[in-house]
Design a protein around this ligand. Structure first.
Ligand SMILES: NC(=O)c1ccc[n+]([C@@H]2O[C@H](COP(=O)([O-])OP(=O)(O)OC[C@H]3O[C@@H](n4cnc5c(N)ncnc54)[C@H](OP(=O)(O)O)[C@@H]3O)[C@@H](O)[C@H]2O)c1
Length: 274
C-alpha cells in the first residue's frame, strides 16, 4: 500500500467507496442487507481501513450498514478512518450540527475522522457551514474537515473559513475524466491538500477495459486494466482514491493496485490518454 502523510496523519492511498452500499441512491434495499454486510466484511478482511460515506448515500442506510458491520465484526474504531459528508442547506449552522449527530448515530461512533461539505450550494452560507464545522472540531466530534466538488475559488474560500486545514477536496477524477481536476490538482499538490478521486473506474469504464495502451501496460504488470487506472491515480502526489466494489475479487484487486509501480515511461503514455 502507498500512503499520504500530511497535517499529522497518514492515510492509505486507496479507500472504500459506499455510494450505493445498501441499494440505489433513494431506495434502500433492506431485504438485501446480508449481501452488503458480506461486502463490508470482505473489505475489512482484505485490509481496507478508509471508508468513504455520506448522509445522502441510500438515505443514510449506507452509514447504518457500516456502523452495524463495525460492531458485528468487532473492528476497533481507532483502526478505521471514516469520512462522511453533509449536504449544505440554507439553515446552515443548525443543519450541519444536526446532520453530524445523525451520521454519528447511524455509524455508531463518537467521532468522524473526516467530515466533508458534499457540494457547494449557492443557497447555503459557507460562512455558517464552516462556523458549524469549526465548532464540531472543537467538540471533538470531527477530527478533520474537507470539501467535495469545489472548484479552485471555492476551495480557497473554504480554506479561509476553516480553522483547521482543509484536508481534501473530493472530486470526480479518472484516467479519462480530468475536467474538474484542472488547476485544482496542481493547487492541492502545492498546498498540502489531498485530492480524493471519486468514480475512479466508473467514468468510461468501457474505455478503461478496451484501451490498447492500458491493456499493454496491464499485461506487462500481470494486472487488470482497472488496476492500471487506479495505479495511475495513486502514483500522483497528494492523490488518493475510493473505488467502490461489492465483489471480493475486485476489492482485492483494487487495494493491490496501490502496489503496482508504474515506470515514468508508462506514466507518460497514460498521461496522454485524456
Ligand atoms: N463526493 C461526491 O460527490 C461523490 C460522487 C460519486 C462518488 N463518490 C464516492 O466515490 C466512490 C467511488 O465512486 P463510484 O462508486 O461512483 O464509482 P467507481 O468506484 O469508479 O465504480 C464503481 C463500479 O465499478 C465496479 N468496479 C469496481 N472495481 C472494479 C474492478 N476492479 N473490476 C471491475 N469492476 C469494478 C463496481 O462493480 P462491482 O461491485 O461489481 O465490483 C461498481 O459497479 C463512491 O462509492 C463514493 O463513496 C463521491
Amino acid at each position: 500500500m502507498k500512503y499520504e502523510t500530511l497535517h499529522g496523519l497518514t492515510l492509505p492511498k486507496i479507500g472504500f467507496g459506499t455510494a450505493q452500499l445498501g441499494g440505489l441512491p433513494n431506495f434502500p434495499k433492506r431485504a438485501k442487507s446480508d449481501f452488503y454486510l458480506a461486502a463490508l466484511r470482505s473489505a475489512f478482511e482484505i485490509g481496507y481501513t478508509h471508508f468513504d460515506t455520506a448522509e445522502r448515500y441510500v438515505r443514510g442506510f449506507a452509514e447504518e450498514l457500516i456502523g452495524r458491520s463495525i460492531r458485528e465484526n468487532n473492528i476497533p474504531r481507532e483502526k478505521l478512518f471514516i469520512t462522511s459528508k453533509v449536504l449544505p442547506t440554507p439553515w446552515s449552522y443548525s443543519r450541519v450540527m444536526q446532520a453530524c449527530e445523525g451520521s454519528l448515530r447511524r455509524l455508531g461512533t463518537e467521532y468522524l475522522d473526516l467530515y466533508l461539505v458534499h457540494y457547494p450550494n449557492p443557497l447555503a452560507s459557507m460562512k455558517e457551514t464552516f462556523r458549524a464545522l469549526n465548532q464540531l472540531v472543537r467538540e471533538g466530534k470531527v477530527r478533520n474537515i474537507g470539501v467535495s466538488n469545489f472548484n479552485l475559488k471555492q476551495l480557497q474560500n473554504a480554506q479561509r473559513l476553516s480553522d483547521a486545514p482543509i484536508l481534501t477536496n473530493q472530486i470526480g477524477y479518472n484516467i479519462f475524466f480530468r475536467y474538474y481536476s484542472r488547476g485544482v490538482l496542481e493547487y492541492c499538490q502545492q498546498n498540502n491538500v489531498l485530492l480524493t478521486a471519486y468514480m475512479p473506474v466508473k467514468i468510461n469504464s468501457k474505455g478503461i477495459r478496451t484501451n490498447s495502451v492500458i491493456q499493454s501496460i496491464a499485461q506487462a504488470h500481470g494486472a487488470t486494466p482497472f488496476q492500471i487506472a487506479l495505479a495511475w491515480l495513486v502514483a500522483q502526489p497528494r492523490v488518493v482514491t475510493i473505488p467502490m466494489s461489492f465483489n471480493p475479487q475486485h476489492q482485492k484487486e483494487n487495494l493491490e493496485a496501490a502496489d503496482i509501480e508504474l515506470t515514468q515511461h508508462e506514466m507518460d503514455r497514460l498521461n496522454k490518454l485524456a
